[in-house]
Structure formats: structure tokens, C-alpha cells
Write a protein that binds this ligand. Structure first.
Ligand code: HEC
Length: 144
């Protein structure tokens, strides 16, 4: 009797164990590896994954506002007229700069490439041309 109990007990235990391991089918396995995967990954600027991350960030956020870009980059010089920069909301100075450049599109080109003491893209190196245009409009009140 004791032998029988041991025999069936062992059989039962091995069945349960077999069931438990067979439940780890491929879906479960991939779910598990997904759950234990690291939360983030580090990319160097030169790696492909970094540009992919940047593309996603840009695509999801769209162009930043003139206010945001001005506040982060242009304000350093264009708030006080550092090095002779036209001051924000000084429409006369901006009109004169636009006239001197020969129109808004030239003004934009100058801001993108840099001109005299004005650094290229106003130091916002990840700004799109559109974002530079938006920030010029924000600072000057000029329209393209
Ligand atoms: C390091 C200081 C500095 C920063 C930062 C800066 N600017 Fe300027 N910017 C200048 C100076 C100085 C001038 C005047 C250049 C001149 O006419 O000699 C200028 C001129 C300009 C002009 C007129 C160009 C022309 O053709 O006369 C535009 C447009 C302009 N900046 C846009 C921007 C924008 C947009 C930003 C921010 C994204 C920015 N700037 C950030 C210094 C700066």
C-alpha cells in the first residue's frame, strides 16, 4: 500500500511538473523576455538607433513654438541686443534688418547660415528651418 501511494504520488508530482514546464509555450516565453527586458537602452550619437530615437521624437512632437525656441536659444542675445542683435518686439529694428537683407526669406537664410555675430541657427542646431522661421516671426512680428 505504501509503495502504491509513493508510486502514484510520484506519478502525480511528475505530471504536475511536466504540465508546469510545458506551459512555457513560445508566447509566454516572449512575454517573459519582454517583461524582463531593460526599460531603456543607451545609444551613442553616431549609432543608428540614436537617429531613430530622434526621428521618433521629432515626428511625435512636431515643430516647437517660437516662444519655446526663443526662450531656450535666441533670448541670450535678442532680449538685450547683445552684439547688436535686433531686440525682440523692436519692430523698427526688425523691419530695417528685413529691408537690409532684402526680404523675409533672405533674413531666414541669414539666420540659418549665420551672419556676422549671429551664429548659425542661433545655436539651435537641432532646429528645423521651419522652427527658425517660427522663432523669427515670434521675435520680430514679421511675416514670411
Ligand atoms: C550669440 C548671440 C545670438 C543668438 C543666441 C541668436 N542671435 Fe540672432 N543675431 C545675433 C546678432 C549679433 C545679430 C545681428 C547680426 C548683424 O546684423 O550683425 C543677429 C541677427 C539675427 C537675425 C537678422 C539677420 C539679418 O539678416 O540681419 C535673425 C533673423 C536672427 N538673428 C534670428 C535668430 C534666431 C531665430 C535665434 C534663435 C534660434 C537667434 N537669432 C539667436 C546674435 C544672436
Amino acid at each position: 500500500m505504501r509503495v502504491l501511494i509513493l508510486f502514484f504520488g510520484g506519478l502525480f508530482a511528475s505530471l504536475v511538473f511536466a504540465k508546469a514546464t510545458s506551459e512555457l509555450d513560445p508566447t509566454t516565453r516572449s512575454e517573459i523576455s519582454e517583461r524582463i527586458a531593460p526599460v531603456g537602452s543607451v545609444c551613442l550619437a553616431s549609432e543608428e538607433c540614436a537617429s531613430a530615437v530622434k526621428a521618433v521624437a521629432n515626428a511625435s512632437s512636431g515643430p516647437r513654438t517660437g516662444d519655446a525656441i526663443y526662450g531656450q536659444y535666441c533670448v541670450a542675445c535678442h532680449a538685450v541686443g547683445l552684439l547688436g542683435a535686433p531686440i525682440k518686439d523692436d519692430s523698427a529694428a526688425w523691419l530695417a534688418a528685413e529691408k537690409k537683407a532684402g526680404g523675409f526669406s533672405n533674413l531666414l537664410t541669414n539666420a540659418i547660415n549665420g551672419i556676422r555675430s549671429m551664429p548659425a541657427k542661433g545655436t539651435c542646431m537641432d532646429c528645423s528651418d521651419e522652427e527658425i522661421s517660427i522663432s523669427i516671426q515670434y521675435m520680430s512680428g514679421l511675416k514670411p
